[in-house]
Design a protein around this ligand. Structure first.
Ligand code: CA
Length: 225
């Protein structure tokens, strides 16, 4: 099994390399995001351990670039506890799992083995409601073939609503699935983001696909409005 470790903390990278080699893995190292992406593209790895805070290109960008190229190598993100990023965002962009530093080597090995057993995920299929389409693989959203630019959170919200298209989805369910429950979220954050979405997926197209069902929640019309 070949593993690529992308980690700019040299001591940690070498320790991981030694540890994994002792377990029989072939291990390559990269110390910045650009080199990491290059190697991951061409190296034929069975898994990638990827730090988030990297010089050159963040781990998130590396994951996004690989997934946009239909590269489904299993990726385990390594995130600093005080990092400015949200771990859930790492999964949003297409990583398979994450570990928070400092982590136990035993846990890392267990997660890595679990990833390798699972193998590369299959390409997720395109979600659609009428002419509104979202491709989880390429992170593209279109309405009537017009591309719509969404932030990571807007994308996650729309993806969830599309998976439940036609159903009424409660606010707490959205908070739970799109925002982490441990995040200090403002009570109206769901409305705020639904407003952003409406301005992008509905208003410019003269649609009203995203509706509020009073007292119950929200619904994305299955026919696309
Ligand atoms: Ca780092």
């Amino acid at each position: 099994m070949r593993v690529l470790v992308v980690e700019d903390e040299t001591r940690l990278a070498r320790a991981l390399q030694r540890g994994l080699q002792a377990e029989g893995f072939a291990v390559d190292l990269a110390h910045d995001g650009v080199t990491g992406l290059d190697r991951a593209r061409t190296g034929g790895y069975d898994a990638v351990l990827l730090d988030i805070m990297l010089p050159g290109l963040s781990g998130y960008r590396v994951v996004q670039a690989l997934r946009a190229e239909q590269n489904w190598v299993p990726i385990l993100l390594l995130s600093a506890k005080d990092g400015e990023y949200d771990q859930a965002d790492g999964l949003d962009v297409g990583a398979d799992d994450y570990l928070t530093k400092p982590f136990s080597y035993v846990v890392l090995l267990a997660r890595l083995r679990a990833l390798l057993r699972r193998g590369a995920p299959s390409r997720p299929s395109v979600l659609a409601a009428g002419d509104l389409r979202l491709d989880p693989a390429t992170r593209r959203v279109t309405r009537a073939d017009t591309e719509i630019a969404l932030t990571a959170r807007e994308f996650a919200l729309l993806e969830y609503l599309l998976r439940r298209a036609g159903d009424v989805v409660g606010k707490s369910e959205l908070l739970e699935h799109v925002w982490e429950t441990f995040e200090a979220t403002e009570a109206n954050v769901v409305e705020v983001y639904l407003g952003y979405l409406r301005r992008k997926i509905d208003a410019p197209f003269g649609r009203a696909a995203l509706t509020t069902v009073r007292g119950a929640g929200y619904r994305l019309e299955a026919d696309g409005g």
